[in-house]
Design a protein around this ligand. Structure first.
Ligand SMILES: [Zn+2]
Length: 145
């Protein structure tokens, strides 16, 4: 029974005849070194895994410190965030557009006098007009508009 005296190498799992009985675990020195290095590497990997797990878990304990603009810019996008800015900007603080000027021009071109629709004619039969230049109501028998 030659086999019963053989040892199995802890690294390469080959059977070998021990030179030192009872203490030897590896067939060769290179297997012993390789096994030691492999063990070291496994320990390193386990440490890295543990560290990375801690890195992931740690921020969850704290309240996330994220600014609101970061969220709006990243998640909603630029177009939406400018819409939000526009929403919070009061209408009367917006710059005057060409359309606004055109609207004003049309109003002025309608004439200096505008008939006051909810004011009845006076006892002389004159129609009420609003004088846009003087900001007052006048009565005129002539059709001013
Ligand atoms: Zn070996």
């Amino acid at each position: 029974m030659q086999n019963s005296h053989n040892y199995t190498c802890n690294y390469c799992f080959k059977e070998y005849k021990p030179t030192k009985r009872g203490r030897q675990k590896f067939c060769t020195t290179s297997c012993r070194v390789a096994h030691f290095n492999a063990k070291k590497k496994i320990k390193q990997l386990q440490t890295i895994e543990k560290t990375s797990k801690e890195t992931i878990t740690e921020p969850q304990k704290d309240t996330p410190k994220v600014n609101l603009p970061d969220i709006t810019n990243a998640a909603i996008g630029h177009a939406a965030s400018s819409a939000i800015i526009s929403f919070f900007t009061p209408k009367n603080k917006k710059p005057v557009t060409k359309q606004d000027l055109d609207n004003l021009k049309t109003t002025i071109q309608g004439g200096r006098y505008r008939p006051v629709l909810n004011c009845p004619q006076n006892d002389k039969g004159e129609t009420a007009y609003f004088d846009l230049e003087r900001n007052e109501v006048i009565f005129s028998f002539n059709k001013l508009v």
